[in-house]
Design a protein around this ligand. Sequence first.
Ligand code: NAD
Length: 517
Amino acid sequence: MQLHFQILKFDSISFKLGIKTYIFPLIKTNIMNTNYPEVKNYIAGEFIKNGHNTLDVICPSDGTVISTVPLSNKKDLDEAVKSAAEAFQKWSVIPIKERVQVFYKYKTLLEKNLMELAELTHIENGKTLDEARAEIEKSIELTEFACSLPQLVGGELLEVSAGVECRIEHKPLGVVASIAPFNFPHMVPHWTIPNAIALGNCMILKPSEQVPISSNRIAKMLKEAGLPDGVFNVVNGDKEIVEAICDHHGIAAVSFVGSTKVAKIVYKRSTSNLKRCIALGGAKNHLIVLPDAHPDMTANNVAASMSGCAGQRCMASSAMVGVGEIDDIVKKIIEESKKIIPGKNLGSVITKESKERIERYITEAEKLGAKVLVDGRNTVVEGKEGGFYVGPTVIDYVTPDMAIAKEEVFGPVLAIIRANDIEEAIKIENNSEYGNAASVFTQSGSAAKYVMDHASAGMIGVNIGVPVPREPFSFGGWNESKFGVCDITGKSSIEFWTLLKKTTTKWNPEAKKNWMS
Ligand code: NAD
């Protein structure tokens, strides 16, 4: 058997043995082998051991069991809803300027505990420590936005007729639920917790059963920040508890973030039970690269967008549409991809099944004639042989009909599709059933504007690989990437989390001028 050695920028070494690529990071940047206490439900300000069946929580970077999570049932949800409904009586009538004081304090706790929270996210999700740190920093930004809500939710008041005034106020909905995915255990809960609660609602969070530990830590910090018991609750579990949330008559609104398949189920079930629902789904984001694009900046952005968080981001670029002569840029993308080292600056994917699914997409595309330029299959990281790693992968000459071009792969894989002109590129992007993000790389203003105008996606980037709008701008896709009106963050979320109360008053009948006054 032949051995192939390669030194990767002096911070790691790899060798190929048979079909497997072994990677030895020479610099340790990860923290591993930590055990956490069992995850519990958090109801009425108490962590509750409920004695139900549990699932193991697995650290994806090395495959070890790090905790357990309970599978709650409808009775647990009833208790959480009862606690939240009771808390709502007091919380909803506290003026918003007072309610946000909790989040000023909470923000300082996030800052104080930044590295500990990042380590936890890194361990339970498998992303790198740097990525986990950025995730907590984003949670801080989301909390800052909630602190600014008093400046944004001021109602409207107008004298509409002599002596007659109309006013509009934002009122909270009541008990609301937030259901989260595995890929951002800390940030996605913060898309909803600070805004919904600052606006006067009481919340039940259902974290992903694959990464439930961060939610217990969030509950603890909210209590420390002074949030009254019952305003925030955590109910753990899987499908059964999600369905119970959609059906529960005590819950007024449901926000969901996860795959399109489940987003559709949650949206249909919640709205058929007459709830307000926003359900964010999966994605297939296209990066359109034109021949005049800045080569270094483009290659750097494309590689980072494809591989960040091991490609497990709903904003990851997994399809690049190269227009015309772009071979030099592809060469640079290959160079950039080779700097991405599993176990060092590339985390693991979430499960063994995910790794196998991602590798199947690559193999199938290869069989259909696509050219694998960088191959991340069969990656094993030394010291973490039980981890679920896929190396960075670049595949050229993918055709739009291949599964890898159409479906969400959710791994560090870039499928390059070739197009003759920008119109053909836009057609490929528009044919996607998803619509989270689309980006264009070019130095031409008119070409950029063409893509801005014609791409069928909620979030557009120009020379940006991950066009996530920062607060106060809102986050949300189109098409099968989002069901329901409003976006989940930013100013748009105010409409989702509140009811409008319209009041008309008349105090001076002597001012009568017309039919209304
Ligand atoms: P998922 O849909 O499998 O799970 C999300 C939540 O739904 C979890 O809490 C899970 O317990 C629950 N769930 C799973 N199967 C269910 C079922 N059959 N019935 C009811 N509930 C069920 O998603 P995931 O694998 O945790 O996360 C990855 C997905 O999330 C990707 O598709 C990604 O694109 C998407 N995502 C989208 C956004 C966005 O903003 N659009 C953001 C993050 C993640």
